[in-house]
Design a protein around this ligand. Structure first.
Ligand code: 2HA
Ligand code: ZN
Length: 273
């Protein structure tokens, strides 16, 4: 191995960013992604790390992530450029032994800092790590247009968004049986949005930020990306349906619940009440 970029997780990270760009979810410097590296991946990368950069405060405390390494997108960097110049647009940060400070140990070769949403990413990694026994490793945030459009049209309630989006593609309740959380407009990059997202992510894997975008968590790149893709596709169908005069028929609550048994998923019935 000659470079961190030869490792599978790094290739996957870069490819997922590029797929997200191709989807049109990341205009200009919009969106950000983070991956909580496995201990063996961090060990393999260690020989390429530099400890010359100063430690900086995260802005909140995530003790259960102490000493862990994360590959993250850079603040102000364009997804469009990640595939062509990964080392200038993404980085690896390593947390200190308290989980209160981070240091850039690789990447952002021409300067820069990690995504402005780093506190939100790390807090949500911390919560998901705890709740999934370490299974969850990927967090993605982006600005898919149809999801954002819906936040100007529907009541900003978890149940309303969940039901409307579940109903548009039969597989939705199977893909995200717990539903979707929705937050009102908030200042992005703030500790407030980090904590508010953290509360919702305890229950859901996807949280919509009104008039802004969506935040998804998953065990791996494909699952997190697939979740965002499914929700955005469903939102697109809903927008098209609304644009053509609205629903003339719908999938009933009973039909949605009928998916639980054959697909062995625990669809949250309270979302349909
Ligand atoms: O520009 O998307 O939410 C990065 C963002 C901030
Ligand atoms: Zn954003």
């Amino acid at each position: 191995m000659n470079s961190i970029l030869d490792l599978k997780f790094a290739k996957y990270f870069i490819d997922t960013c590029h797929q997200s760009w191709l989807k049109g979810w990341n205009e200009r410097n919009g969106g950000n992604m983070s991956y909580r590296m496995k201990p063996e991946e961090a060990a393999e990368c260690e020989k390429f790390f530099s400890y010359d950069n100063p430690e900086k405060p995260i802005g909140l405390s995530v003790p259960n992530l102490s000493g862990e390494c994360f590959m993250v997108t850079g603040s102000g960097k364009y997804y469009k450029n990640i595939l062509r110049e990964p080392e200038n647009n993404i980085c690896i940060v390593k947390l200190d032994e308290k989980g209160e400070n981070y240091r850039i140990v690789w990447g952002l070769k021409e300067g820069g800092v990690p995504t402005s949403e780093l506190p939100t990413h790390l807090l949500n990694h911390s919560i998901k790590k705890e709740l999934t026994n370490g299974e969850y490793r990927v967090i993605m945030h982006a600005h898919p247009a149809n999801i954002v459009a819906l936040t100007f049209l529907l009541p900003l309630e978890d149940k309303v968004f969940t039901r409307e989006i579940w109903e548009m593609i039969t597989e939705c309740p199977i893909v995200f049986p717990a539903g979707i959380g929705v937050l009102p407009w908030m200042v992005c990059g703030s500790a407030d949005i980090a904590y508010a997202t953290g509360e919702k992510i305890k229950k859901y894997d996807a949280v919509i930020w009104s008039h802004h975008g969506i935040f998804c968590a998953g065990p791996d790149f494909d699952t997190a990306f697939g979740l965002m893709d499914t929700i955005e596709k469903s939102a697109e169908i809903l927008i098209k349906t609304m644009s053509c005069g609205g629903k003339k028929r719908c999938i009933t609550s009973e039909q949605i619940m009928a998916l639980s048994e054959p697909y062995h998923v625990n669809i949250d019935k309270t979302m349909l009440e």
